[in-house]
Design a protein. Structure first.
Lengths: 351, 335
């Protein structure tokens, strides 16, 4: 029943086109919003991986090296550095501050480490901060370039490097300082540290009061603040899928209602219910796939202009039509059920 | 050589909650190669019989045998195969799929039977050529006249060369020019061993028929004398769905008029008392009784033919109103 199904799509093309565009818009929004959630993961991974640690040492009881950190004495880095299997260990500092410019505050994530060592990411332009007063900034921090001067938490800095797309905590730009400057900004110059970044093997035995955390735990630490946002996004995505399903489902259902006579004739002329269902399923699939393709285009246009990082992977684009087909078919079930129940006697105008 | 044998066929279905029995105990045979006309007014069961012959409606009882196929016992895949391979149906309102061209409409049963598109297209083209529509194969139903649509429907019915063709009022929506085109094709359908059953109330088809099946008994001979009937308590005078030629006036006692519901229960519509009449709709309009009449106690009724009844009632005679639950409910004669 492929031909009758496609002919019917052609016959009712305006209605299907409107439904397809509506569904495509919803699919596009669902894709973008799912991309936002993926973007949180991607930026957290980028931020943590860029720091180069294989493991993090934190004060015992701290839930992470960043948001969940608990300050400890900077001197403890020497104890960690001397542990077997540790090749390098450096103090790092993390805090959240604002850059003040012209009366407006721009929030940033501040990372600090010993200049030129582990704990600072590679710059895409310029160099990492090596001296007091120097700062490397994310390319996402607009309005500043190399050589620009900025005020961070009341302290003046000069931009010496940029790090490509370095953001965390839902698109907040990262900035990178020397350890001393970071301690100045975060702890009023006290010789304390948020966590110790370590390379080498994971120490089996740690000095008292310390604990290790993996990079995954470090990523989770950055994502913890976004738990509510991620839940909301997931809920919104589900709602959008439901809306899409309702559009596809209602179009198929109305199509069945309008074609009851046709289906009755099909049945009376020996067309099996399975073939009729196949035709309807094809309509749902065509509608869903077309909407998914257009929706992908809408998402590709929307994503770069979205205020939050949107991570749209090839996998997401490939998965959308698959999910769309599943949603479309599931949504069409009531229409399919209705088609099965049509009495062929209707072809005669009833018994 | 498949013959069509209908034996003691009773059709009953529910309409508005009431049991309707358009056919009760029909027995008829149409031999192979016959064009049989089912004649009768609306509501006499023509379409219901066609539905049963097409294995679309299941009769209440009785048997339909086509060749060695016991149609009334078909189920599942056998039912689908019978509809697909054995029967071709021409519907009253054409019932072409509006989104498909004439060619595509004809290919529907072919494709359903598993034929590949090129073969189905070739066969459909051949059939449309045969019904004189070779130049209309790519037209949609909306672009065809009534006669052309009906010929497409006939081509569709012939697609798999079924040995049984059922046509429901094939000339109902056609003007006289279009009727001529269709009549010629209908006559040709019965070539060879094929059995063609045409339901119609169009007398123009009579000359085409090899066999005429009247679904309504001949009307009562109007010269019957009044029939006096004595009824013991509970005795049924006539049953719902039966055919009758007499209108009754209650001389003594009471007659209850009950409607049989589809679920087997009864609904008392009215009680007709001495001096009132009942049962006038069926005989007057040539339709089955719409309710059952039964004596409540000892009763005596007198049955009159419609002519005698009209003479007795005179011009002041009134039918039951359409809102009345029963067309055969009681009234008092005007005269």
């Amino acid at each position: 029943m492929l031909r009758p199904a496609l002919r019917d799509l052609q016959w009712r093309r305006r209605r299907f086109a409107i439904a397809m565009l509506g569904t495509a818009l919803v699919f596009g929004m669902a894709l973008v919003i799912t991309g936002v959630s993926s973007g949180f993961d991607a930026e957290a991974s980028r931020s943590v991986n860029g720091l180069g640690a294989t493991v993090w040492v934190v004060a015992k009881g701290a839930s992470g090296p960043f948001l969940g950190s608990s300050p400890m004495a900077a001197s403890r880095v020497r104890e960690v550095a001397s542990l077997p299997g540790v090749t390098r260990a450096v103090d790092t500092v993390f805090t959240r501050k604002d850059i003040v410019s012209g009366g407006s505050d721009t929030p940033v994530n501040v990372f600090g480490a010993v200049a030129g060592t582990l704990g600072l990411p590679a710059t895409s332009q310029g160099h990492s901060p090596t001296r007091p007063g120097q700062i490397a900034i994310s390319t996402k921090l607009s309005g500043y370039g190399i050589g620009s001067r900025l005020i961070l938490a009341g302290h003046p800095f000069t931009v010496v490097g940029t790090v490509s797309n370095a953001t965390a905590l839902a698109g907040v730009p990262n900035v990178y300082l020397t350890l001393r400057d970071a301690q100045l900004v975060a702890f009023a110059g006290q010789p304390v540290t948020s966590a110790i970044a370590v390379t080498g093997t994971v120490p089996t035995k740690l000095p008292p009061g310390l604990a290790t955390l993996s990079n995954q735990a470090a990523r989770d630490d950055l994502l913890r603040a976004l738990t509510q946002a991620r839940s909301s996004i997931a809920l919104l995505a589900v709602l959008l899928w439901i809306v899409a399903a309702m559009i596809v489902g209602s179009v198929i259902y109305v199509s069945v209602l309008e074609r009851q006579q046709d289906f009755a004739v099909f049945k009376a002329t020996g067309v099996s219910s399975k073939s009729i269902l196949g035709g309807l399923a094809i309509q749902a699939i065509v509608l869903s796939i077309a909407a998914a393709i257009i929706g992908s285009g809408i998402a590709a246009v929307l994503a770069p202009n979205f205020p939050m990082p949107v991570s749209l992977t090839l996998r997401a684009y490939l998965l959308l039509p698959v999910i769309a087909v599943v949603v479309g078919l599931a949504a069409s079930l009531s229409g399919l059920r209705r088609a099965v129940s049509i009495d062929p006697a209707l072809a005669f105008g009833g018994p | 050589m498949p013959d069509l044998r209908i034996t003691d066929l009773t059709i009953e279905y529910s309409s508005g909650g009431y049991a309707v029995r358009p056919l009760d105990g029909l027995t008829v045979t149409a031999p192979s190669g016959a064009l049989a006309l089912l004649l009768g007014p609306s509501g006499c069961g023509k379409t219901s019989l066609l539905s049963c012959l097409g294995a679309i409606l299941r009769p209440k009882s009785g048997s339909i045998q086509f060749g060695d196929i016991e149609v009334t016992s078909l189920n599942g895949q056998a039912l689908t195969e019978y509809r697909r391979r054995t029967v071709g149906i021409v519907f009253q309102a054409f019932n072409l799929v509006p989104s498909l061209t004439a060619l595509e409409n004809v290919t529907v049963p072919l494709r359903a039977a598993g034929q590949r598109w090129p073969a189905a297209r070739e066969r459909a083209t051949e059939l449309l050529d045969r019904v004189g529509l070779a130049d209309r194969i790519h037209h949609r139903p909306g672009d065809l006249s009534g006669g052309q649509k009906q010929r497409v429907a006939i081509a569709r019915a012939l697609a798999l060369d079924p040995p049984l063709i059922l046509a429901d009022e094939p000339t109902a929506h056609l003007d006289y020019v279009q009727v001529e085109e269709v009549l010629r094709v209908v006559r040709e359908l019965a070539a060879g061993e094929r059995v063609v059953v045409v339901a119609t109330h169009d007398n123009r088809l009579l000359p085409l028929a090899d066999q005429v099946i009247e679904l309504v008994p001949q009307r009562a001979v109007s010269t019957l004398p009044p029939a006096r009937v004595e009824l013991p308590p509970g005795e049924v005078l006539f049953r719902q769905g039966s055919w009758g030629e007499l209108i009754y006036v209650v001389e003594r006692g009471e007659i209850e008029i009950v409607a049989e519901r589809a679920d087997g229960t009864e609904e008392l519509r009215t009680v007709v008392t001495s001096g009132s009449y009942f049962g006038e709709i069926g005989p007057l309009f040539g339709i089955p009784r719409s309710a059952t009449a039964r004596a409540r106690g000892d009763a005596v009724v007198v049955g009159y033919t419609t002519r005698d009844f009209r003479q007795r009632t005179g011009p002041g005679f009134n039918l039951a109103s359409s809102e009345s639950p029963a067309g055969d409910a009681g009234h008092t004669p005007a005269g």
